[in-house]
Design a protein around this ligand. Structure first.
Ligand SMILES: [Zn+2]
Ligand SMILES: [Zn+2]
Length: 237
């Protein structure tokens, strides 16, 4: 899509947003982006979980014991299923930034450590950001910043280059991990030097993205890196 057409599409979407009342991301009821009935059906990612990667486990899971991730901890509010998944898809693909708010509001801030200095959303490449009309992770981070008072720095990390969708789809897990290795850069290390950073994203699946971003921040001088995602996918390799 050309830049102009993409701009026009955004304006069109904005005009629709202004004209139409919101509808529930899950059941379509008119009024709120998440209705009360559906908010009660959100499935929390709780119970016994690995304190590092937040998968089901009694204590540290085998993967984290064998190869400790560069993150101090990942916490996720909900399972990537049902209502929470609908909210994520609405935020990400239907271009409704307001869908970030219930994911953060219903999650509460209790999962975060007290020493976090700033929030860093997982960035997108510039072309994808334009195509989608914004970065969903940044919408989540902004809502989380509003709720916790922790400042947001959307420029702490940048996404490098661009890989074709075909390449991304055909890659197996190991290739995807290798592709992620140099996916990010910290353009201004002084923004993060000596600080504890919380990465924010919509869903954690393999952790490859979060681990790559965390490694980049640590190499640039961050004191420590945690991550928070709105949802957790339960699968592993
Ligand atoms: Zn509903
Ligand atoms: Zn683990």
């Amino acid at each position: 899509m050309s830049r102009w057409r993409s701009r026009l599409a955004q304006l069109g979407a904005l005009a629709l947003d202004l004209a139409l009342p919101p509808t529930c991301a899950s059941c379509g009821a008119v009024g709120l982006v998440l209705c009360d009935r559906c908010s009660r059906r959100l499935q929390r990612a709780d119970g016994l979980r690995c304190p590092r990667c937040w998968l089901r486990s009694e204590g540290l899971c085998r993967a984290c014991l064998d190869a400790p991730p560069p993150l101090r901890q990942l916490r996720s509010a909900f399972l990537y299923e049902g209502v929470a998944r609908e909210l994520v898809l609405t935020l990400k693909y239907r271009g409704v930034p307001a869908a970030a708010v219930p994911l953060v509001e219903q999650a509460g801030g209790r999962q975060l450590r007290g020493d976090v200095d700033l929030l860093a959303p997982i960035p997108m490449t510039a072309w994808r950001r334009r195509a989608r009309g914004g970065n969903h992770a940044e919408h989540l981070a902004r809502a989380l910043s509003d709720r916790t008072g922790i400042p947001l720095d959307a420029q702490a990390l940048e996404r490098r280059g661009r890989r074709s969708k075909q390449q991304a789809r055909s890659a197996n897990l190991r290739e995807r991990r290798a592709n992620m290795r140099d996916a990010f850069r910290a353009p201004e290390p002084q923004r993060i030097a000596g600080r504890t950073v919380l990465l924010v994203d919509d869903v954690a699946t393999t952790m490859a993205t979060l681990e790559s971003a965390a490694a980049t921040l640590l190499a640039a001088g961050a004191a420590a890196v945690d991550a928070w995602t709105a949802t957790r996918e339960e699968l592993r390799d």
